[in-house]
Design a protein around this ligand. Structure first.
Ligand code: FAD
Length: 689
């Protein structure tokens, strides 16, 4: 019997040894959880190596795709390039968040490898938050590479570049344009053209698709790559966990990270770690029934979050139940929506965009951008999983014919489930869940210009948001903005509406495990440069029609408080505009209160566009009051514009040039120069979207 026991013990040891060998210790190694505490202090992979060359070497990669992304689009394009480079050309690719690496050793980038840069331009030609450090490094003259002596330190580097920009901004695609110049100057070799996508013209996706084909051809030629028939390979493994139920306390049901899962939320709160904030108050600002504009006061008192007037607050939305159901049904996930899944990158460099184990339902509801415009390329990818030949043909056509896609999908403003089920009602059960996670963006927080003053209410941040609701002409459906309709549902819940599901959108309003309790919303604050002058006696001119008035309510609230405290407050001029004084005049009563405090120092010009035969906008009032505007500018006023980037902000810029030309008797060219220098010196500030 003793021998038997020994035999068994030896066998068990051998068995454990083999498991250890074959699983490389993953079952008992410390699980790598990028959503654990390290994620709270910045990037998920901060604790990993910041040496990109080492990382590529270790993981056998010959192509890295860096991204500078603010809203997730650049990150999405980077992932798509990585997948395509691998599937079509056998490149061994990885994506890399620019903030996760150091760049001193870029001068040692191996000659037989290639780096892609997918760079979004943000605001006034600025880098995205995750590209700030990289940008500062590259803009040193010269950058401090490890071997600094060389004339052309990046002589070995081959690179590919694509930029995401918006032509309504002055510094259109300046990130990719400037990076391209810098890299070329440092001796790097660009392959293919530097692509530029234009969100302003609404052609981002088509610009990207048109750019990448010749780029791939040039890259294949330069690197001697051969194109092969692309077959879909999942980026993530999805394991259905019979051993776990949604009630298990290790299962994420929408909690953004480990601290949230474990119950106690902990700061610091930032873009990786939202604060689940109580909504102190919410109300409707419009008096009409068919449009909504919300005023919400978010209580940050117990969070340690601070803000200054003019900052932005980000709201982390939850998808509407109606859309979650539609997606589940279309892709055959309905029955197993509450099944627990674990996901892992098939390759160690692939990051799952949400914490797992989780459920299909929670992943879709809290982490995937399921309502956004559809990518044409993604429809082509899905063709391989069509339920029948006819559907496959149609998907292939939609994926390859830009005009047909525009007619059937883009112009109808369909989301992915709508687009796919219009081809075939489904279920499209053959589509791997990994493919959906790869093809859809990570659900992004939306930013709002804070409409309160930090001097008046440091613990309560207010938001002024118009609820997005677009009836698509001829399509018979209404596109509902993800975040603003969620906020609307929260408002209705808070104000005692028994059915907090406006338009039947049915939100999981109480959040994961009831943690949001119906009247909490996840938020974080982003600091901005859109700031009042530090000296309150300096005059200010503000142009903010519609919700563009949001930060100016904060500005005026602040100046009224300063006046109350006996400070000398300068002229405070607001150009506001809306449709009608009886419908959508935001904060109508409040201006009167501020006027009582600020007296003649506060001047508000209101443009009600639909009250007169000829439409009147803020630009008209600005022009009519050119003399006053010019006088105040000569008294060193700051000039602020907030709101619609596409038309209003651009026209205001032009009108200001015309005012300066007329009032100062200079030609238009000179006036334009004056406006430009106002911008570069921070006198002219924009907060536009
Ligand atoms: P989303 O779901 O993001 O939809 C937005 C738009 O995308 C839709 O209206 C539609 O045009 C389009 N769209 C959506 N789905 C589709 C589809 N399937 N097909 C085609 N098109 C589609 N907003 C405010 O109201 N107040 C503010 O103070 C404010 N400040 C901002 C400050 C900054 C710095 C920025 C960047 C933005 C600001 N915004 C503000 C805008 C805000 O961030 C949101 O973009 C806005 O509220 C819409 O968000 P949503 O999630 O409701 O809509």
């Amino acid at each position: 019997a003793q021998v038997d026991t020994l035999d068994i013990a030896v066998l068990v040891l051998l068995l454990l040894g083999s498991i250890a060998y074959f699983t490389k210790g993953t079952y008992w190694g410390v699980p790598k959880d990028p959503y654990a505490t390290s994620a709270l202090n910045g990037s998920a992979s901060k604790k990993g190596s910041r040496n990109i060359l080492e990382k590529m070497e270790e993981s056998g990669k010959n192509c890295v795709i860096f991204y500078g992304s603010q809203t997730g689009t650049a990150e999405d394009y980077a992932s798509r390039l990585a997948k395509e480079g691998h599937a079509r050309f056998g490149l061994s690719t990885m994506t890399a968040d620019l903030e996760d690496y150091d760049y001193e050793n870029l001068d040692k980038f191996p000659e037989d490898k290639v780096a892609f840069f997918v760079m979004a331009t943000y605001g006034e030609g600025e880098p995205t938050d995750n590209a700030v450090e990289f940008w500062e490094f590259m803009n040193q003259d010269p950058p401090s590479f490890s071997e600094a002596s060389e004339d052309k330190p990046l002589g070995n580097l081959k690179y590919v570049a694509f930029g995401l920009g918006n032509n309504t901004y002055e510094h259109y695609n300046s990130m990719v344009r400037n990076l391209d110049k810098i890299l070329t100057k440092l001796g790097a070799e660009r392959i293919g053209a530097a692509g530029e996508g234009d969100d302003g013209a609404g052609t981002m996706e088509e610009d990207f698709l048109a750019w990448k084909e010749p780029m791939w051809a040039a890259l294949a030629e330069r690197m001697g790559l051969e194109e092969r028939e692309a077959i879909y390979e999942p980026v993530f493994s999805v394991e259905e966990r019979e051993d776990l139920s949604p009630e298990s306390d290790t299962v994420y049901l929408g909690e953004p990270n480990k601290n949230h899962l474990e119950g106690a939320q902990k700061g610091p709160y930032n873009a990786h770690n939202p604060f689940i904030a109580p909504i102190a108050e919410s109300r409707e600002l419009f008096t009409v029934k068919d449009r909504n504009c919300l005023h919400c006061e978010i209580d940050v008192s117990s969070s340690g979050i601070s803000y200054t007037t003019g900052d932005h607050i980000a709201v982390w939305p939850t998808n509407a139940g109606l859309e979650v159901d539609r997606l589940m049904k279309t892709f055959g996930l309905e029955e197993k929506r509450h099944t627990v899944i674990s996901m892992k990158g098939m390759d160690p460099t692939a990051k799952v965009p949400f914490p797992t184990p989780t459920t299909y339902d929670a992943a879709v509801r809290y982490h995937m951008e399921i309502c956004a415009p559809v990518s044409r390329q993604f429809l082509a990818t899905l063709a391989a999983f069509a339920p029948n030949e006819e559907a496959k043909k149609e998907m292939t056509k939609l994926g390859s014919d830009a005009d047909y896609f525009k007619e059937k999908v883009a112009s109808q403003m369909l989301n992915i489930a709508q687009a796919v089920s219009a081809v075939h009602p489904g279920p499209w059960s053959a589509v791997p869940f990994s493919c959906l996670v790869e093809g859809l963006n990570k659900l992004q927080p939306r930013y709002y210009s804070i409409s309160s003053s930090s001097l008046v209410q440091p613990q309560k941040i207010s938001i002024t948001a118009v609820v997005e609701s677009i009836r698509v002409p001829g399509a018979g459906h209404v596109v509902k903005g993800v975040t603003t309709n969620y906020l609307l549902a929260l408002k209705e819940m808070q104000n005692g509406d028994p059915d907090p599901s406006p338009h039947g959108l049915t939100y999981a309003i109480t959040g994961p495990r009831n943690k949001y309790d119906g009247i909490h919303v996840p938020v974080h604050v982003r600091h901005s440069n859109f700031k009042l002058p530090s000296n309150p006696s300096k005059p200010i001119i503000m142009v903010g029609p519609g919700t563009g008035v949001a930060p100016f309510r904060g500005f005026v609230q602040e100046r009224a408080e300063q006046a109350k405290r006996g400070e000398d407050v300068g002229h405070t001029v607001l150009f506001y505009g809306c449709r009608r004084s009886t419908e959508d005049w935001l904060y109508k009563e409040e201006w009167e209160e501020y006027k009582k405090i600020l007296g003649d120092k506060l001047i508000v010009f209101n443009a009600f566009s639909r009250e007169t035969a000829k439409k009147v906008y803020v630009q008209h009032h600005l022009k009519e009051n050119g003399k006053l505007v010019n006088e105040l500018l000569q008294q060193k006023a700051n000039f602020y514009v907030c709101g619609d980037a596409a038309h209003m902000a651009r026209e205001v810029n032009e009108v200001l040039g015309q005012i300066i030309a007329a009032e100062r008797g200079v030609d238009e060219k000179k006036a334009e120069q004056v406006v430009k220098s106002m911008r570069s010196s921070g006198v002219y500030q924009e907060d536009v979207w």
